[in-house]
Design a protein around this ligand. Structure first.
Ligand SMILES: [Zn+2]
Length: 311
C-alpha cells in the first residue's frame, strides 16, 4: 500500500523523482543540503527526537516499561496515541505524561485491527479516504481525549498512517484544521520533505517536522514495523541498529545540524536490547529533546534568519 502511494505521489510530484535519484546516487550531497537547511532554520546542532506510535492495546504495558528504561538513560520521549487507546490506557499514559513526556494528538479512532491470518495488525482508517468533516471530527475528538485524560492540551499532531496523506493539498488542509484548533506543529511528513524543505519548515501553514529515513535509502522511513511486524519483512533489529548507526555517522559528517526524528511502536522494541543500543548511539552525537523544545529554541535563534518557521 505504501509503495503504491509512493508511486502515485512520484507521478503527481516530479521533484520527488529527482529526490529518489539523489537518494540512490547523491546521498552525501543530500545530507549536506539537509544540514545547510537546518542551520538556515536556526537549528545549530543535531537533535534526537524519539516518538512512539502507540497504535495497539499491547503498546500500553510496553510503553510504561520502555519509558522507564529511556528515562534512566536521559531520553526525552514523545507519544502519539489515538484517543480510544488513550482512554483504555489512561492510568499508564497519565503517569508517562506526568514524568514530562510530550503527547501528540494522533486522532481519536484506533487505526489498526488484528489480522489473525497474517498474525499482525493491519492498518485501517486512512485520512486520504475520509471527508473533510470526518478528518476534522477525528482530530477534534483526539484533542478532547488528551485534554480529558491528561488534563493538558496537545501542541502537536501526527496523522494516522501519514504516508498516504502527503499531497500538498492534503497537508495544507491538515494544517488549516490544526491551526484552527490552536495547534503549534505537526510531525506528519515523510523523509522526502525533510530533504526538500529541511528538518522543520512551514510551507503548509504550521511548523512541520518530517520523520527521518534509513541510511541506505534516505527517503524510506526507518521504523520498527518493517523490522518486527510487517509480513514478509526483510529487515531485522540488527538492520535497524546498523541503519541507525550509519545515519549518526552521515549526519555528523555533514555538519551535525538537524533533527533525527525517529518513531517506533513500543510493543516492537520494549524487549529489544538492540533498540536501546541504537538510542545510545544517538545520545553520543545528538541532544535528546522534544518537538516543543526545538520549536522554542529555533524560534529564538532565527530572529535574523532568512528562513521563517512561523514561530
Ligand atoms: Zn498510528
Amino acid at each position: 500500500m505504501a509503495s503504491f502511494a509512493s508511486f502515485r505521489n512520484a507521478l503527481l510530484d516530479p521533484v520527488l523523482g529527482v529526490y529518489h535519484w539523489r537518494a540512490l546516487h547523491g546521498r552525501t550531497a543530500l545530507f549536506n543540503q539537509y544540514c545547510r537547511q537546518a542551520l538556515a532554520a536556526g537549528i545549530d546542532r543535531l537533535y534526537y527526537v524519539l516518538s512512539f506510535d502507540c497504535d495497539a492495546p499491547e503498546d500500553i504495558e510496553a510503553a510504561m516499561s520502555l519509558h522507564q528504561k529511556l528515562l534512566r538513560i536521559g531520553v526525552h520521549c514523545a507519544y502519539a496515541v489515538p484517543g480510544e487507546l488513550l482512554e483504555r490506557g489512561a492510568k499508564v499514559y497519565r503517569e508517562i505524561a506526568e514524568s514530562g513526556a510530550e503527547f501528540l494528538n494522533h486522532g481519536y479512532r484506533q487505526h489498526v485491527s488484528w489480522d489473525a491470518g497474517q498474525n499482525c495488525y493491519s492498518s485501517l482508517y486512512f485520512y486520504d479516504r475520509l471527508s473533510y468533516t470526518e478528518i476534522l471530527e477525528d482530530i477534534r475528538l483526539g484533542d478532547l481525549a488528551i485534554r480529558h485524560i491528561l488534563g493538558r492540551r496537545a501542541r502537536g499532531f501526527r496523522t494516522p498512517h501519514f504516508g498516504t496523506f502527503q499531497r500538498p493539498s492534503q497537508l495544507r488542509l491538515l494544517h488549516s484544521i490544526l491551526r484552527r484548533l490552536g495547534y503549534q506543529f505537526s510531525s506528519s511528513t515523510t523523509p522526502y520533505l525533510g530533504f526538500r524543505s529541511g528538518p522543520v519548515f512551514s510551507r503548509f501553514g504550521l511548523p512541520e517536522f518530517p520523520v527521518s529515513g534509513m541510511f541506505t535509502y534516505p527517503l524510506r522511513i526507518l521504523d520498527s514495523w518493517g523490522c518486527c511486524e510487517a509480513p514478509q519483512r526483510n529487515m531485522t533489529m540488527e538492520n535497524y541498529l546498523e541503519e541507525s548507526r550509519r545515519m549518526t555517522v552521515a549526519l555528523t559528517s555533514a555538519g551535525q545540524a538537524g533533527i533525527a526524528n525517529f518513531y517506533v511502536d513500543p510493543r516492537h522494541v520494549e524487549q529489544e536490547p538492540l533498540f536501546i543500543e541504537a538510542v545510545e548511539r544517538w545520545l553520543e552525537v545528538a541532544e535528546s529533546t522534544t518537538y516543543s523544545r526545538i520549536l522554542a529554541s529555533c524560534c529564538s535563534n532565527q530572529a535574523e534568519s532568512a528562513v521563517g518557521v512561523a514561530c
